[in-house]
Design a protein around this ligand. Structure first.
Ligand code: NAG
Ligand code: NAG
Ligand code: NAG
Ligand code: NAG
Ligand code: NAG
Length: 421
C-alpha cells in the first residue's frame, strides 16, 4: 500500500513536471544556421529549424570533423567578408526575460593561417568579439535579457580576419523570478561563468535536466586559467536524493546533487573572466547534501574577495536553507570583479566540516546601447513597405548600428539619427 501510493505520487509528479517542461519547450526557438532541413534532435527531443528560409545572405558550409555528433554542428553559415552586418531577427514578448545563445564551431583539421575573428551584437549592443583559436571548440555566448520590444536582432559584423560565421542561435524564455536585477532597464547580463562543481563527467548539464536549457559547465572541463588553484583536500561528493530548488533561479536538481568539499577547511578556485574588469551579478548555489551527525557542523565564510556584508556572514547551509537537500542561494547584486577572479571559502574555527559548494554563476552587466531614433526608423519602415521586393528591403537589424545599411547615412549621435537616404 505504501509502495502503491508512493508510485502514484511519482507519476503525478512526473506528469506535472512534463507538462511544465512541454510548455517551456514549445516556446524554445532553436535555429541551425547553415542547416539544410528542419529536424528533431534525438538526444534532446528539441525541434531545430534551418535558417534557409529566413537568412538570405551567406552560404551553408559543411563542417569538417565536427566535435561530437550533435546535428547542429554538421554545418555552419559563412557570411561574406565585407563591411555589412548580417542579422537574425527573433520574436520576443516585450519585458519578458530570455536567455539568448549564439554558438560558433569552425571545425576542420588542418591548421589555418588565421581563423575568423569578428563582432557579435544584440540589437545595437556589442555582445562579444568571437575569436576562434581552436577549430574544434564550440564557442558559446549567452546573454540574459529582458526583451526591450517584440523582437531582437542578433547581428554579426566587422570581421578582422577570416569570414564571419555562426553555428546556432537559441532563444529560451525564463520564468518570472529568474535573473531579475535592479538595473535591467539599462543593462543586459552577459554570462561570464556558470559552473557545476563536483560534476560526474566532463559533460555540460543542460536541457532536459535544466528545463530552461542553461549550459552548466562541468568543473572537470578545465581550460587554461579556468578553475585552477584548487585547494588541497578538495573532494567531490554527490547524492541521488531530490533537492528542493524552488527559490529564484531554479538551478537544475542534477547540478545541485553534486558538490565539492574542502576537507582541509578551504575551498579555492581561480578563473579568468573574459571582458573583465567589470561590474557583475554573482550567484552562489549551496545545498547540504551530506547527512551530518548531531556532533557535526558545517560553517564557513567567503574569505576572498572581501565583500562587506557577505564576507562577514557565516554560511551554515542547512540553517540558511532551513533544511538539508534544499537550495540556499545568496547573490550579489552588483560587485566589481577584476579579470582574474580568485575566490576562497574557509571554515570557521568552531565548524567540524569544511566548506561546500554546488555551483556558481557570474553575469557581467552589459550597458544597453541606444538603437537608432525610433521616429527615423518608423519613416524608413514606411518607405520599405512601399517598395516590397527590392533588394534593399532585405536589410535587417538596426539601420545604423553596428554597421549602417548601404543606402542610409547616420549621425554619430546617441541615439543615432538618419541624416540621408
Ligand atoms: C522549417 O520550419 C519553419 C518554421 O516552422 C518553416 O517556416 C520552414 O518552412 C520549414 N522548412 C522546411 C524546409 O521544412
Ligand atoms: C515559475 O515561477 C513561479 C513563481 O514565480 C513558480 O510558482 C513556478 O513553479 C515556476 N515554474 C517553473 C517551471 O519553474
Ligand atoms: C554598480 O556599482 C557601481 C559602483 O557603485 C555603479 O557605478 C554602477 O552604476 C552600479 N551598477 C551597474 C549595473 O554597474
Ligand atoms: C561524530 O560522531 C560519530 C559517531 O558518533 C563519529 O564517527 C564522528 O567522527 C564524529 N564526528 C566528529 C567531527 O567528531
Ligand atoms: C523551517 O522548517 C520547519 C519545518 O521543516 C518549519 O516549521 C519552519 O516554519 C521553517 N522556518 C522557516 C523560517 O521557513
Amino acid at each position: 500500500m505504501v509502495l502503491f501510493s508512493h508510485s502514484l505520487l511519482t507519476i503525478t509528479h512526473l506528469l506535472f513536471l512534463s507538462a511544465v517542461v512541454l510548455c517551456q519547450v514549445t516556446e524554445f526557438i532553436s535555429v541551425d544556421c547553415g542547416g539544410t532541413s528542419n529536424y528533431t534532435d534525438p538526444s534532446t527531443g528539441l525541434a531545430w529549424i534551418s535558417d534557409q528560409g529566413t537568412m538570405k545572405y551567406g552560404k551553408s558550409v559543411i563542417v569538417e570533423n565536427p566535435n561530437g555528433n550533435r546535428m547542429q554542428y554538421r554545418t555552419r553559415r559563412d557570411f561574406p567578408i565585407d563591411n555589412k552586418k548580417y542579422c537574425y531577427t527573433l520574436s520576443t514578448k516585450e519585458r519578458r526575460r530570455y536567455l539568448v545563445r549564439a554558438t560558433f564551431q569552425y571545425g576542420g583539421s588542418e591548421s589555418v593561417d588565421s581563423y575568423p575573428k569578428f563582432q557579435l551584437y544584440l540589437d545595437a549592443t556589442r555582445w562579444s568579439t568571437v575569436t576562434v583559436l581552436d577549430a574544434s571548440r564550440v564557442y558559446v555566448n549567452e546573454m540574459i535579457i529582458r526583451a526591450p520590444s517584440d523582437s531582437i536582432d542578433v547581428c554579426i559584423c566587422c570581421a578582422t580576419t577570416g569570414s564571419p560565421f555562426i553555428s546556432t542561435l537559441e532563444l529560451r524564455p525564463l520564468n518570472l523570478s529568474m535573473y531579475a536585477t535592479d538595473f535591467e532597464d539599462s543593462f543586459f547580463l552577459k554570462v561570464a561563468a556558470r559552473v557545476n562543481f563536483g560534476a560526474s563527467s566532463k559533460d555540460d548539464v543542460r536541457y532536459p535536466d535544466d528545463p530552461y536549457d542553461r549550459i552548466w559547465e562541468s568543473d572537470l572541463d578545465r581550460r587554461q586559467n579556468y578553475l585552477v588553484g584548487e585547494a588541497p583536500g578538495t573532494v567531490r561528493i554527490s547524492t541521488s536524493k531530490d533537492i528542493d530548488v524552488r527559490t529564484r533561479e531554479y538551478p537544475p536538481v542534477k547540478v545541485m546533487q553534486t558538490a565539492v568539499v574542502g576537507t582541509e577547511g578551504v575551498l579555492s578556485y581561480r578563473l579568468n573572466l573574459e571582458d573583465f574588469p567589470a561590474n557583475a551579478r554573482a550567484y552562489a548555489y549551496f545545498a547540504e547534501i551530506e547527512d551530518l551527525g548531531a556532533n557535526e557542523t558545517r560553517k564557513f565564510k567567503l574569505q576572498h574577495p572581501y565583500m562587506p556584508d557577505y564576507s562577514n556572514a557565516v554560511v551554515n547551509i542547512a540553517e540558511n536553507a532551513n533544511g538539508s537537500y534544499t537550495l540556499y542561494e545568496p547573490s550579489y547584486m552588483n560587485v566589481t570583479f577584476s579579470f582574474i577572479l580568485s575566490f576562497v571559502f574557509a571554515k570557521t574555527r568552531d565548524s567540524t566540516e569544511g566548506p561546500l559548494l554546488n555551483a556558481i554563476e557570474i553575469n557581467k552587466y552589459q550597458k544597453i546601447a541606444a538603437k537608432t531614433d525610433w521616429q527615423d526608423v518608423t519613416v524608413l519602415e514606411a518607405l520599405r513597405s512601399m517598395s516590397d521586393g527590392s533588394e534593399w528591403t532585405n536589410d535587417r537589424g538596426d539601420p545604423c548600428v553596428p554597421a549602417h545599411w548601404e543606402w542610409v547615412t547616420c549621425s554619430s549621435t546617441t541615439p543615432p539619427r538618419i541624416t540621408k537616404m
